[in-house]
Design a protein around this ligand. Structure first.
Ligand code: ADP
Ligand code: ZN
Ligand code: ZN
Length: 733
C-alpha cells in the first residue's frame, strides 16, 4: 500500500526544484496514482498550491514533520507514467526544472483552472398533459423531441421561431428538462476530400521498408515534391488499421493550413490540431480529445509531440531540419530528440522527413544509427526547376542599381504575361534593413537593444525588431547633420513596393511576420494565392517550406547572402536549406519551373551545391568544416547566457562564474571555454547580455555539474539576473 507520494510543487523558483515527500490521507490511498494533480500545503505558511505526483512509496524514512496531501484536483491523471519518465530525462538533458517539463506536457489551461465549456441544452421530460396538450406547447414538444439535447432555449426559440416564455413555462412544469452538453472548442469546418493517391514505386519502397524494418528511426530524404506527405498519410492509414495512433509534426504554424487541409480531407475531422495560435481553451479541448481517445491522429507544431496518446505507433517530423523544432524557452528541448526519447519509452517509430536533412541527422544515417530512405523523383512526374545564379556585382557593373537583376526582371515579366504565378523570397531576418548616413557612417539603432532599426513605409516609422519600439523617420543625420541618410538593404515591404512600381498591373500578396499576426491571416493569404487571386507572393522564410502551388513557375531569391553572413556556425547549412526549399516551390505543376538566385558570393559552396541540387556533396564539404572546427555533430556547445538591467552586477557575476568554470574544467582537454564576453546582441529590452560558451565533448554529468556551478555561485543575485543554459542553441547571437 502506497502511503507516501513524491511531489513536484507548482512553484517556479529553482530552489524548490526537487521531489518533496507528502503523506497520503487515508481516504485518498486507493485513489491517487502517479500523474495526479493534487493540492498540498507548502512553505512556512502552508499555503495551498498545486502539486504533481511523480512517485509513490510504501514507506518513508524521515517522517518527522511530514505534511499531508490535502486534496485531489482532477478525476483523471494529468501525466502518464511514460510522461514522468520523459520529464526526468528531459530535466537532465536540458538543464531545466521538473516543473518546466511538466508545464510543456500539460496544457496551460489545467493549472489556470480552465475546464470544459458546457452549454445548457434542452431535452424532453414528462409527457404533455392537461391544458398543455395544445399549441404552442405541442409544437415545441415535437421540436425538442426531434432535437433532443441538442439546442439551448434561446437557440430553439430563434431557430424555430417559438416563444421563449412558453419554453420556460414547459421547463417549470418539467415537460422539458435542462441539461448540460460539453462544447468542444475546435475548428470543425469541413474540408473537401483529398483523394488517396496510388503510391509510385519509390514511395512504396519507402513505406515497405519502414513497415518491415525492426529499427525505430528513419530519415526520408526526399527531394521537394517527391510526395513525402503521401508517404506519411499512407503510414497513418497503416497505423489506424493496427489501432495505433500517430503524431505528425510540422514546422511552426505556417504549414498547418495545408497539412490540415490534406489530413482532414483524407481522414475526416477526427484529427487533433495543435499549434501556438490556439487559445488556452482550445488547447485544453484538443488535449482532452486525445486523452479521451476521441482521435487517433494529431497534427501540430513542436509541442504536439507531448500529446498523451496511449498507443502511439509513430511520430512523423516533417522538415526535420527546421530550427523551429528547438524551443528557445525552458525546457529548451528539440522535438527531434524528444521524439527519439518517446520512441524508446513508448516503443514507437520515429520518421524524419526532409529535402535538406540537418547535418546532425544525416551524419547519424551515415553512422548507421538512423535508417536512410530516399525519394529521388518528383511524385507527379514534374521536373526539378532550373536554378540560375546571378552575380549581383556584375549587375552593378552593368549599371543596374535595382533590386531585381535583369534575369529576374525578365522572368517576372514573362511569367506575368503567361498568367503564371511567382514567389519572391527575402530573408529579412538578420540585419538586412538598416538606415545609415552615407557621409559619416552613422547607423540608426534602438536605444534599448543595440539593433539597427527597420523602416516601415506603411505608417512611415522606424522600428526595432527585438523590442518593438517605434521611432520617427529622420531626414538628417543626428551625428554629422548631413542629409545623405539612406536605407540599406531591403525588406519584404520594399519588394512589394518595387513590384508595384515596376509591374503596376500585377496583384501582389505579402506573407511575413507583420502580415500574419492575426489568427486566420496566414490561411487567408494562402487561399488567395492558391485560388489564383494574386500573381506574386512576396515573403520571408514562411514561404520557403512545404507549400504546394501548381501554377508557380518562377521563384526569385532576392539576396541569398543575408543568411550566409550571419555570425553562426550553421550559416552555410541554413543557406543551403533556404535556397533548396524555396526553389522547390517552383514547377510543381505541368509547366517547368525556373529559379533565379541573386547573390554577391556566387562561388560559395552552399550556394553552388544548392543550385545543382546536390545534397551529398554539400554534406561532404560541410561535415569536413564541422570536423576541422570541432563544431556539432563532433562536439556540443553549451551556452551560458546571463542578463541583467544592472551591467556592473552582471559583469562581476559572470566573471566569477567564468573563473570557477575555468578552474574546474581546465584539466579536461576536450573542453574549450569561450568568454565571458558580451553577446552579439549585447542589450535587449533594457537587459544587458553576456555569455560563456563551453564547446567540446561532454556528457550529461559534466553538463549537470556546470549547471550546479552556475546556479550555486549566482544564488545571491537571483532576483537581479536572468540565467539561461542551452545546449546546441539555434542562435548564439
Ligand atoms: P513533398 O512533401 O515531398 O514536397 P508533396 O507530398 O507535397 O511533396 O507532393 C508533391 C505533389 O505530388 C503533391 O501535389 C501530391 O499530391 C503529388 N503526389 C504525391 N504522391 C503522388 C502519387 N503517388 N501520384 C501522383 N501524385 C502524387
Ligand atoms: Zn552622418
Ligand atoms: Zn529595441
Amino acid at each position: 500500500m502506497n502511503r507516501y507520494a513524491g511531489i513536484i510543487v507548482n512553484n517556479e523558483s529553482v530552489q524548490v526544484d526537487k521531489i518533496f515527500t507528502y503523506k497520503i490521507p487515508e481516504d485518498l490511498i486507493n485513489k491517487l496514482k502517479v500523474g495526479h494533480r493534487v493540492k498540498v500545503p507548502f512553505g512556512k505558511g502552508n499555503r495551498s498550491i498545486d502539486g504533481f505526483i511523480l512517485e509513490l512509496y510504501e514507506n518513508c524514512e524521515n517522517v518527522k514533520g511530514i505534511k499531508y496531501i490535502s486534496d485531489i484536483c482532477d478525476d483523471f491523471t494529468v501525466l502518464r507514467e511514460e510522461d514522468v519518465r520523459l520529464i526526468k530525462n528531459m530535466r537532465e538533458r536540458y538543464l531545466c526544472t521538473y516543473l518546466e517539463c511538466i508545464k510543456v506536457i500539460i496544457p496551460t489551461g489545467i493549472t489556470k483552472g480552465i475546464r470544459n465549456k458546457v452549454k445548457e441544452v434542452i431535452s424532453i421530460g414528462n409527457n404533455l398533459k392537461d391544458k398543455f396538450s395544445k399549441n404552442p406547447y405541442l409544437q415545441i414538444y415535437e421540436i425538442v423531441k426531434e432535437n433532443n439535447g441538442v439546442y439551448s432555449k434561446t437557440e430553439i426559440s430563434n431557430k424555430f421561431n417559438v416563444s421563449l416564455s412558453s419554453i420556460n413555462t414547459m421547463i417549470k412544469h418539467e415537460f422539458l428538462l435542462k441539461g448540460e452538453e460539453i462544447v468542444e472548442r475546435f475548428n470543425n469546418r469541413s474540408y473537401s476530400n483529398y483523394a488517396e493517391k496510388r503510391l509510385n514505386t519509390e514511395q512504396e519502397m519507402v513505406v515497405n521498408s519502414i513497415l518491415k524494418s525492426n529499427r525505430s528511426m528513419f530519415l526520408i530524404h526526399g527531394i521537394t515534391g517527391s510526395g513525402k506527405t503521401e508517404v506519411y498519410m499512407n503510414m497513418v492509414k497503416h497505423m489506424i488499421n493496427e489501432n495505433k495512433e500517430s503524431i505528425i509534426l510540422v514546422p511552426e504554424i505556417s504549414l498547418t493550413p495545408q497539412m490540415v487541409e490534406r489530413f482532414k480531407g483524407r481522414f475526416g475531422n477526427d484529427i487533433a490540431v495543435f499549434h501556438s495560435k490556439l487559445s488556452d481553451g482550445e488547447r485544453y479541448d484538443e488535449w482532452l480529445r486525445v486523452k479521451n481517445k476521441r482521435v487517433k491522429v494529431a497534427i501540430g507544431a513542436r509541442s504536439a509531440i507531448f500529446l498523451p496518446f496511449d498507443n502511439l505507433g509513430m511520430i512523423v517530423i516533417d522538415e526535420e531540419h527546421e530550427a523551429s523544432y528547438k524551443s528557445d524557452s525552458d525546457p529548451k528541448y528539440n522535438a527531434r530528440e524528444v521524439g527519439e526519447l518517446k520512441c524508446k519509452i513508448e516503443n514507437c517509430k520515429l520518421i524524419l522527413g526532409s529535402a535538406t536533412p540537418s547535418i546532425e541527422t544525416y551524419y547519424r544515417c551515415i553512422k548507421g544509427e538512423i535508417e536512410l530512405l530516399t525519394l529521388k523523383k518528383r511524385a507527379d512526374g514534374a521536373l526539378l526547376p532550373d536554378i540560375q545564379i546571378v552575380d549581383m556585382r556584375e549587375e552593378l557593373l552593368r549599371n543596374n542599381k535595382s533590386i531585381f537583376s535583369k534575369e529576374l526582371y525578365n522572368g517576372i515579366d514573362r511569367a506575368l504575361n503567361n498568367k503564371e504565378q511567382i514567389m519572391l523570397f527575402l530573408n529579412r531576418r538578420g540585419f538586412s534593413t538598416f538606415i545609415s548616413c552615407r557621409q559619416c557612417g552613422y547607423v540608426f539603432q534602438c536605444d534599448n537593444c543595440d539593433i539597427s532599426l527597420t523602416h516601415h513605409s506603411s505608417g512611415n516609422y522606424l522600428s526595432c525588431h527585438y523590442c518593438g519600439r517605434k521611432y520617427p523617420v529622420r531626414k538628417v543625420c543626428p551625428k554629422c547633420g548631413s542629409k545623405y541618410v539612406k536605407h540599406f538593404g531591403v525588406g519584404t515591404e520594399k519588394i512589394e513596393e518595387e513590384i508595384k512600381a515596376n509591374f503596376p498591373s500585377a496583384r501582389v500578396l505579402r506573407m511575413d511576420f507583420d502580415t500574419t499576426r492575426k489568427k486566420n491571416s496566414y490561411e487567408y493569404i494562402y487561399n488567395t494565392f492558391k485560388n489564383g487571386e494574386a500573381d506574386i507572393l512576396v515573403g520571408t522564410q514562411m514561404i520557403t517550406k512545404g507549400l504546394d502551388f501548381k501554377n508557380v513557375t518562377l521563384v526569385g531569391v532576392i539576396a541569398a547572402d543575408l543568411s550566409l553572413n550571419l555570425p553562426d556556425f550553421r550559416a552555410g547549412e541554413k543557406t543551403f536549406q533556404l535556397i533548396t526549399q524555396v526553389s522547390g516551390r517552383a514547377g510543381r505543376g505541368k509547366k517547368n519551373g525556373n529559379v533565379v538566385v541573386q547573390t554577391y558570393n556566387p562561388d560559395n559552396y552552399s550556394i553552388k551545391y544548392s543550385s545543382l541540387n546536390d545534397y551529398e556533396n554539400f554534406f561532404k564539404e560541410e561535415i569536413g568544416i564541422r570536423y576541422n572546427m570541432n563544431y556539432p555533430p563532433f562536439s556540443k556547445i553549451l551556452s551560458i547566457n546571463i542578463s541583467s538591467k544592472n551591467e556592473n552586477l552582471l559583469i562581476k557575476n559572470i566573471q566569477k562564474v567564468g573563473i570557477i568554470l575555468k578552474n574546474k574544467l581546465e584539466k579536461n582537454n576536450k573542453i574549450n571555454i569561450l568568454g565571458p564576453c558580451p553577446c552579439m546582441l549585447s542589450k535587449i529590452k533594457e537587459y544587458y547580455r553576456w555569455q560563456i560558451l563551453i564547446k567540446g565533448e561532454f556528457d550529461m554529468y559534466v553538463a549537470s555539474a556546470i549547471k550546479d556551478i552556475v546556479y550555486t555561485n549566482l544564488q545571491d543575485s537571483y532576483s537581479d539576473i536572468r540565467i539561461s543554459l542551452d545546449i546546441n542553441s539555434n542562435n548564439l547571437l
